[in-house]
Design a protein around this ligand. Structure first.
Ligand code: SAM
Length: 287
């Protein structure tokens, strides 16, 4: 287990992931019934952008650094509002990990379950939320948690699955993990993050999901530079199963603006690129 998110926190990939996560949380918060948010690969929850890990890579400068410079266009900013609210809940010198974003947007009766396998990060996460009665932190293999912790008693909510992709077979684990969890809780919203480095593997993942018999799947991808299997991470994607009905339109407004702002100008067209499509249609309503 070499991966430490502190080196990457706040990079372009976090921006896509956390903007989508925040949007889904805002939607869940519109109905009064409590929800449960499960984060299977949670990290340590909060990252100091002046710490040596962050300054060594400087990745955050190409992500949150660029977003902080100036607002996007009005339509994109409207979509980004919940994410901006979660950013405002932490000090400007820090970047919130997914648990902090979830905690900032959840309400007093919502329940949050964060899972992290690295003992040090799990301990830091538990310390960060020690006074938050909504939060449970479990040091565990997230792949075990994924099927085991669903469905939550609330039967409303989301599962974020954000593995480090440091071991081979992560796409398969993601696909099989989703299939198992979805069989137990078909109405939950699942957010799956993946890297775009091995484009063939990412494409195969998409087409296998499209034929998995799971309805209602949206895919959003962002590329900020040329994609090479042996190069730096320059692209990533999010698959959202059972997205809020507004999410596709939201991402149509947000993704072009994000691609333009976060693109590294190596792709032509003055910025990055995006893709937004449906891997599976909504299930037909019973007649
Ligand atoms: N979700 C976090 C966020 O958005 O702020 C970042 C997560 S980072 C990409 C992946 C995390 O998964 C790392 O903190 C790593 O220690 C942890 N991890 C690696 N293998 C794991 C496993 N099998 N189960 C749970 N956590 C794992």
């Amino acid at each position: 287990m070499n991966y430490r998110h502190a080196f990457h926190a706040g990079n372009f990939a976090d921006i896509l992931k956390h903007a989508v996560l925040a949007r889904v949380l805002a939607h869940l918060g519109r109905k009064p019934a409590p929800f449960c948010a499960i984060d299977t690969h949670a990290g340590r929850g909060l990252y100091d952008l002046a710490a040596s890990e962050a300054t060594r890579t400087g990745e955050w400068r190409g992500g949150i650094g660029r977003l902080r410079d100036a607002p996007l266009d009005a339509a994109a900013e409207e979509v980004l509002a919940p994410f901006r609210a979660a950013l405002a809940a932490v000090e400007a010198t820090h970047y919130p990990g997914s648990p902090s974003i979830i905690a900032a947007l959840a309400r007093p009766d919502d329940r949050l379950h964060f899972v992290e396998r690295h003992p040090e990060d799990a301990a830091a996460l538990a310390a960060l939320f020690r006074r938050d009665r909504r939060v449970k932190v479990t040091e565990l293999d997230g792949w075990l948690a994924l099927p085991a912790f669903v469905p939550p008693p609330e039967r409303r909510g989301l599962v974020l699955v954000d593995p480090p992709f440091e071991e081979p077979g992560e796409f398969e684990r993601l696909r099989h993990g989703l299939a198992k969890a979805h069989a137990r809780w078909p109405t939950g919203t699942y957010l799956l993050w993946y890297p775009l480095k091995d484009v063939a593997a990412a494409e195969a993942f998409g087409s296998q999901l499209a034929h998995a018999g799971i309805p209602d799947i949206l895919r959003a991808e962002l590329r900020v530079g040329p994609i090479r299997a042996d190069g730096p991470l320059n692209g990533c994607g999010m698959v959202v199963v059972n997205p809020p009905w507004t999410l596709e339109a939201d991402l149509k407004a947000l993704l072009p603006a994000l691609a333009e702002r976060l693109g590294q100008d190596q792709l032509g067209h003055g910025g990055g690129r995006f893709r937004l499509d449906r891997l599976a249609a909504e299930a037909a309503a019973p007649v």
